[in-house]
Design a binder for this molecule. Structure first.
Ligand code: IPM
Ligand code: MG
Length: 351
């Protein structure tokens, strides 16, 4: 049966970078059927909502989904539950892609693009496993109202159930097994009830499912510091939804540019994965044709590897990106002058 890749280019630089990933896909896996749908602001403009039932339905029937980015100043005035970001969150929740893999590796040719010194980042290879469908992003109650003293207040709830922690912790342990065998779980157990619970549950999961993997725990603030002090100490970092969001942006910059980083969001076996660059819609450079397409192309690489079972095609893409960088191909975020399309051309030349 033919495999299907659903493209959701979204907003801002999303369509620009996804167009380049599509060109690469057609070269390395021409038999994959590619479909396209709207998400985020693009969907609001057409349908009035950031994610339609039909798009979610099509996404759940695809073998993999490649998303560009959502959001932009144009939709800032819209009510929160109808903003472009709500489309992305709805997609993550609707597909139940609870494990978000955010690799932060430093291509050797980009070592000097990092804001840290060469010896700190040379050979860096971290995998952040972020819980993606629960925690404070989805916890109830949440809202803005007035308390009994007449004071306006805003609140969110950080809540995790044991099964939610268990399933993402097992993914982190499994991934560590195929790497250096170390998981560092991050929380605020010193302050938060849900943080101590996270730590206790991860410890329990490790006792039953952690054979061959070393588990350590770190406070989230400390982890932020260690990421910029001695990032190579980490192998796999396991974090909840909010801490994973923060730490993955910090880790991204270690590698030279957030324009380089892909991500994979995975659910249970047999369900489609959602693949997206870690960078956002970058409204400041949207439409200029200068965005770095590498994160989108490497997100395609992850889709080929994790959802489409095409490790050979994935290896080809990865090799071509590395060689193009070695040959000096650079977009402006990496200190170069290449346009989005020229960067992709350089990668295609190396395929
Ligand atoms: C990310 C982004 C999203 C998040 C936004 C756009 C909702 O920052 O994927 O890291 O907070 O999860
Ligand atoms: Mg983020």
């Amino acid at each position: 049966m033919k495999q299907t890749l659903l493209l959701l280019p979204g907003d801002g630089i999303g369509p620009e970078v996804i167009a380049e990933a599509l060109r690469i896909c057609q070269l390395v896996a021409p038999d994959i059927a590619v479909e396209e749908a709207l998400v985020g602001g693009a969907s609001i403009d057409r349908h009035g909502v950031p994610l339609t039932d039909e798009t979610l339905e099509r996404a759940s029937k695809a073998d993999a989904i490649l998303l560009g980015a959502v959001g932009g100043p144009k939709w800032q005035g819209v009510a929160r539950q109808n903003r472009p970001e709500a489309g992305l969150l709805g997609l993550r929740k609707g597909l139940d892609v609870f494990a978000n893999l955010r690799p932060a590796y430093c291509f050797s040719s980009l070592v000097d693009a990092s804001s840290l010194k060469r010896d700190r980042v040379e050979g860096l290879d971290i995998m952040i496993v972020r819980e993606l469908t629960s925690g404070v992003y989805f916890g109830q109650p949440r809202g803005v109202d007035t308390d009994e003293n007449g004071n306006r207040r805003g609140y969110d709830t950080s809540v995790y159930t044991a099964p939610e922690i268990e399933r993402v912790a097992r993914v982190a342990l499994e991934i560590a097994r195929g790497r250096d065998g170390r998981v560092c779980s991050v929380d605020k157990a010193n302050v938060m009830e849900s943080g101590q619970f996270w730590r206790d549950e991860v410890t329990t999961v490790h006792q039953t499912h952690g054979e061959g993997v070393e588990l350590s725990h770190m406070l989230a603030d400390s982890c932020a510091m260690e990421l910029v002090r001695e990032p190579k100490q980490f192998d796999v970092i396991l974090a909840d939804n909010l801490f994973g969001d923060l730490l993955s942006d910090a880790a991204a910059m270690l590698t030279g540019s957030i324009g380089m980083l892909p991500s994979a969001s995975l659910g249970t076996e047999g369900t489609p994965g959602l693949f997206e660059p870690v960078h956002g819609s970058a409204p400041d450079i949207a439409g200029k044709g200068i965005a770095n397409p590498c994160a989108a192309i490497l997100s395609l690489e992850m889709a080929l590897r994790w959802s489409l079972a095409r490790p050979d095609a994935a290896d080809r893409v990865m090799g071509a990106v590395a060689r193009a960088l070695e040959a000096g191909a650079r977009t402006s975020d990496l200190g170069g002058t290449l346009s989005t399309t020229a960067m992709a051309d350089a990668i295609i030349d190396c395929l």
